[in-house]
Ligand binder design. Sequence first.
Ligand code: H79
Length: 433
Amino acid sequence: PLFAQKSIGNESPEAKVKRMQWWTNDCFGMFIHWGLYAMPARHEWVKSRERITTEDYQKYFDHFNPDLFEPKIWAKKAKAAGMKYAVLTTKHHEGFTLFDSKLTDYKATNTPAKRDLVKEFVDAFRAEGIKVGFYYSLIDWHHPQYTVDRIHPQRPIKESDSAYASLNKSRDMATYRKYLYDQVTEILTKYGKIDLLWLDYSFTGKYGKGKDDWGSIELLKQIRKLQPNIIVNNRLDLKEYADGADFETPEQVKPAELEKFKGKVWETCQTFSGSWGYHRDENTWKSNRTLLDLLITSVGNGGNLLLNVGPTARGEFDIRANTALDSLGIWMHANSKSIYNCTYAPQEYPRVDGAKTTYNKAAKKLYVHLFEYPKDGSLSLKGYNKLVKYAQFLHDGSELQTDKEKSNADDLVLKLPARKPNFEIPVVELSLK
Ligand code: H79
């Protein structure tokens, strides 16, 4: 073929589909961003944004004491919200590890927390039947050998080769590269089977970093060797390799822009309020409707949603996060059949005005999410008359009768109650012929 891509391993396409089956079916996961940055509580990038030195950042390490950390509670909340997998930041860009690494002193066990927070997370989420994933930052603003780049806290005020060169004279990226390799090895050997690895991230440009900095090929080989069934995201800068990633990761993309990922394998990660780490003062929380829209629109375009919670410095989900999760849970309790095992509908099923659809091929169901509830209770499904066997609300299984006067050979019109059911977005389940 003209565009033959290089490859790193030799997995067959069928084997890949099988390996990714659970993830493809589950559609909805919880991201958890937790680290020292929960303490300043003003964005997980605070160290870079405010150019904080490692010495000045030390106070967060010295005072990190999450006395309310109880991952069983996190796991129960994730499960109640309908999330089937969870991905925890084992280390974010700040370089602090939530796990008891042999390779650094900059770890949770050396803080007043004195606990391996990753181990407790794994045990608690496994116990709830939730799949377990690790986020691990390729970027590291604490490691003394990690070279200064354009997002490093100690980057030069005025970018120039000589300014970077003088800052990096005493830094050796090869040493960091080995640390990265060895630490990924640690997290993939010490905690049993790990279902997913979320590495973050490569960035282009003169003072960026990519596959040569990370040793991406060797790293990915090691990951696949240690955890043959693991699913790995796409941020190792291995685009030119057909098997350099398992899925794409559109970050904080608006629902309207998700359609362009249709046909790809992808997961969008999204925050409640903008930042990923706990942010005390952010006043930009998404509405429940927007969160539902992200979930439905992701699945309706063949993707997953990884929705983030940033626990507080004391180790709890804050009340705004809990309220949002509770609300998602109420909707999912009644409507999750339109999410799990679903994807976009084939072309023969036309768009429905004011609605977004998802499709379950094996069950032969089309789910119509009523973003706009028909005013007169008359739901017009143009082009559907020959396609549908039976119609009902999903949340209560109540029949939706055909309006025989308004329907015709092509179009199916359903009689809905004039009053919208008590869900932000009610779902009509169509059993297909
Ligand atoms: O871990 C989360 C983020 O911290 C990390 N990836 C997710 C999953 C990430 N966020 N943004 N980016 C990576 C890309 C960089 C965005 C930036 Fe900025 C814009 C860096 C500097 C300007 C956003 C705004 C972050 C700091 C200020």
